[in-house]
Design a protein around this ligand. Structure first.
Ligand SMILES: Nc1ncnc2c1ncn2[C@@H]1O[C@H](COP(=O)(O)OP(=O)(O)OP(=O)(O)O)[C@@H](O)[C@H]1O
Ligand SMILES: O=P(O)(O)OC[C@H]1O[C@H](OP(=O)(O)OP(=O)(O)O)[C@H](O)[C@@H]1O
Ligand SMILES: [Mg+2]
Length: 279
């Protein structure tokens, strides 16, 4: 059985559970369950605190896990990133009171609050900037206003939390983070299957199928607008002057591509979701 560590709460847990469900695994029904066996798929899930997942996987106690790249690096564990998963996307940034700091150097000798002392300490050591790190558990954005730090380093998604506390980001991006599949030091049979299944979920979420009819003389121009994964599927229609075309396109481009294809002369443009994929 492949032993898989999954987040039991927090920002990663809900989407991680959805990914696993869409990948065909049986998740827990009750949030109090900590261990769930899925013998049909040859795996066992361990619901753990996101911050502890890299520790369990790095030690070899569990084979693989889903966590954040920032948490993986922060842990200093022996686990490694196997695949990015495309959700819980954020950046890790320094922030200070509006107008107070413009560059990293200005942090020298200052108090910097963070929940990620491993990640931030490592980064600052690489940059040769000595600071006084203040370790907090969360809600780090309040640390400056409350006087325990001069600046902070934390997860930024929209930047709303920072702004509400009168802070602004400055200096270089410490890390671009997202949820990742991690693996431990031992070889884990079954990891390749899990990896392919999760990648399939990512593709199914990110792409849609677009079908349309087109005068056949326009196919080259249409391919320049939407080229698909390898190349569009082109099928004959009863009218020899027309063809039916199918392409995969990123969800974010649906309306732009439809507008451009319609202007070119495509008609009956239909978009359908993908439920599962193996590329
Ligand atoms: N607003 C956010 N947007 C994207 N990713 C986020 C966000 N907040 C936290 N994360 C990511 O979630 C992971 C942290 O997970 P964890 O569940 O410990 O944090 P949390 O959501 O702060 O939980 P809690 O605050 O309940 O302890 C990190 O990988 C972090 O980058
Ligand atoms: O840039 P934003 O969109 O505002 O999101 C970033 C915030 O979200 C997370 O906080 P969370 O709510 O998990 O609280 P925490 O700081 O106590 O962990 C993170 O720690 C930041 O504070
Ligand atoms: Mg949080």
């Amino acid at each position: 059985m492949l032993k898989i560590a999954v987040p039991n709460k927090g920002a990663l847990s809900e989407t991680a559970a959805e990914y696993l469900k869409e990948a065909g695994y049986t998740g827990r029904r009750d949030p109090k369950e900590l261990i769930v066996a899925d013998p049909r798929n040859g795996v066992e899930f361990f619901y753990l605190r996101p911050r502890d997942i890299a520790t369990y996987v790095g030690s070899g106690a569990l084979d693989v896990g889903i966590t954040g790249r920032d948490l993986l690096i922060d842990s200093g564990s022996n686990a490694h990133e196997d695949a990015p998963l495309g959700f819980a996307v954020s950046t890790f940034r320094f922030a200070g009171p509006v107008g107070a700091f413009t560059e990293l150097e200005q942090l020298r000798g200052k108090r910097v609050a963070t929940s990620y002392t491993g990640l931030v300490g490592g980064y600052l050591a690489d940059q040769g900037v000595d600071v006084d790190l203040v370790k907090l558990d969360g809600a780090v954005e309040s640390a400056v206003r409350l006087g325990v730090a001069d600046a902070i380093a934390d997860v930024v998604e929209t930047g709303t939390t920072l702004r509400k506390q009168g802070l602004e980001i400055f200096g270089p991006t410490i890390l671009k983070s997202e949820a990742v599949l991690i693996a431990g030091p031992n070889e884990a049979p079954g990891l390749a299957t899990l990896h392919r299944r999760l990648e399939g979920v990512m593709v199914a979420r990110r792409y849609v199928l677009m079908d349309y009819d087109l005068p056949s003389r326009l196919i080259e121009q249409a391919t320049a607008i939407a080229s698909g994964m390898e190349s569009p599927t082109v099928s004959p229609l009863r009218d020899p002057e027309w063809v039916a075309v199918r392409v995969m396109i990123p969800r974010t481009e649906i309306n732009d591509v439809m507008d451009r294809l319609y202007e070119l002369g495509a008609r009956a443009i239909l978009v359908t979701p993908i439920h599962a994929a193996r590329l």
